[in-house]
Structure formats: C-alpha cells, structure tokens
Design a protein around this ligand. Structure first.
Ligand SMILES: Nc1ncnc2c1ncn2[C@@H]1O[C@H](COP(=O)(O)OP(=O)(O)OP(=O)(O)O)[C@@H](O)[C@H]1O
Ligand SMILES: [Mg+2]
Length: 223
C-alpha cells in the first residue's frame, strides 16, 4: 500500500497537508417531516366575534392541559347558518394562533353544501396525505388504510386541522387525528351532533347562529 491509498469503509475522511483552524466532520441531521402550511388566506377587515374567538382560545388551552394521561384530540365545531361567517372565523383564529402548531396546519374543504358533489372522507384523506408529502403511489386505496396512515403520520405531532363545510359526522370522523397535541376545527351548517357526542367535540359557534350574517354576529356580540 502506498502512503496515499485508503482501503475499507472509512466513512468520512479528510486528507490534508497543512490544516489551519478546526476541521469539523459531521453527518448532517436527517430532514424532519414536512411542515405543511395550508390555511387559506386570512380575510382583511375581520370584525367582532369576540365571544367565539374566546371560546376557541379556551378550547385550545384545555387541549394543552397535560394533566390527563390519555386524552382525545380536541374538536371544535363552528355550526352556523349559511354565510354566518364560519369559515372567516375559523381561518382568522387559525392564522392568529398558527405559531402554536409548530408541526403545521392542514386544510380541507368537504364541500358539504355544493355546488357540486361532496368530498367524501376517502378523497379528503388523499388530499390530506398528499399535504403530508405522501407520494400518490403510497396512498392506500381504502378508507381505513388512508385513515390509519393519516393517524400514524400525525402521531405525536402538534398540528392544526381545519375541516371546512362538513355536512355530516361521517364525513369528518375518519379525518380526526388521534394525537391529543392536535386541534381540529370543523365548520358546518348543522351542529353535527353525532360528532360532538362521540368525539367529545366542543361547539365554539353552535347555538349562536347568526342568520343575519356578520351584521347578526356583530349584534349578538354586542348583546
Ligand atoms: N367577522 C367578520 N368580519 C368581517 N367580515 C366577515 C366576518 N365574518 C364573515 N365575513 C364576511 O362574510 C361573508 C361570509 O362569511 P363566510 O364565508 O365565512 O361564511 P360561512 O358561514 O363560512 O358561509 P358558508 O355557509 O357558505 O360556508 C364573507 O364575505 C366574509 O368575508
Ligand atoms: Mg364557509
């Protein structure tokens, strides 16, 4: 063997004549999972809704309470009449608080009230999995497989999931992560009682339908 020959698996090797200063040889950290940021644009000129914003704040605080060893994910339902300002409220609050969800935010529109067909849970999961960087050919074909992969990917992660325009609890249930560090906000024109009863969801907007839209909401906030 000559002086310059190296055999075997040496890993990282530095060969130098004269070395000035320090030499740092390290294996780069593997990149972490992607951090999706999918919230739609926040609206300009959002007004009022102090009671509902405070209700969402309180839910998010409760969701962070580590005193219970086994906790379900926190689900907040914003249920109001058409045009009542559900999406605006959810998106506004989510933008305000998104820094708390270091692992990202996911958004899916279930198109529960048209125009066009509803987005079923399996299709919504495909969208969500792609948002989590899963290659299309790795996405399972069936609903249960997709839901299981989604729960696995969100396990232990702290994410905000905004599910817009849900028409039924069945459409939403497979989209719920199991990680208690996540927070889910669901908007719907109905109160999704099946969801709130079984998944322990809390209603941030239910019972405060504002048929007058934002004007109605403003009046209710003042009153
Ligand atoms: N707090 C608010 N301040 C100012 N404008 C608002 C507010 N909430 C809603 N709006 C405006 O009112 C309109 C309807 O709001 P939004 O789309 O959020 O209603 P929605 O309840 O989600 O309706 P849909 O049932 O059709 O999904 C939008 O143009 C939005 O910009
Ligand atoms: Mg909406």
């Amino acid at each position: 063997m000559t002086d310059n020959e190296i055999t075997g698996d040496a890993g990282a090797v530095v060969q130098a004549g004269v070395v000035h200063g320090g030499v740092h040889v390290g294996v780069p950290e593997p990149p972490g999972p992607p951090v999706p940021r999918q919230l739609p644009l926040a609206m300009r000129g959002f007004v009022n809704r102090q009671a509902q914003l405070a209700a969402l704040d309180a839910l998010a605080r409760e969701a962070d309470d580590p005193s219970e060893p086994v906790r379900p994910v926190t689900v907040s339902t914003i249920a109001e009449a058409p045009g009542g300002g559900k999406t605006a409220l959810a998106v506004y609050w989510a933008h305000r608080e998104r820094a708390r969800y270091r692992d990202g935010d996911l958004y899916v529109d279930l198109r529960g009230y048209g125009p066009g067909p509803r987005v079923e849970a399996a299709q919504a999961l495909e969208t969500l999995l792609r948002g989590l960087d899963v290659a299309p050919d790795r996405i399972p074909a069936d609903l249960d497989g997709r839901a299981a992969m989604y729960r696995s990917l969100l396990d232990g992660r702290r994410m905000l999931v905004l599910i817009d325009n849900a028409a039924s609890a069945d459409q939403v249930r497979p989209l719920l992560p199991a990680s208690p560090h996540c927070l889910v906000i669901v908007t719907s024109r109905n109160s999704l009682p099946g969801l709130t009863a079984r998944e322990g969801g809390a209603a941030a907007g239910a019972g405060r339908a504002h048929p007058g839209g934002v004007a109605g909401a403003a009046a209710a906030d003042r009153g």
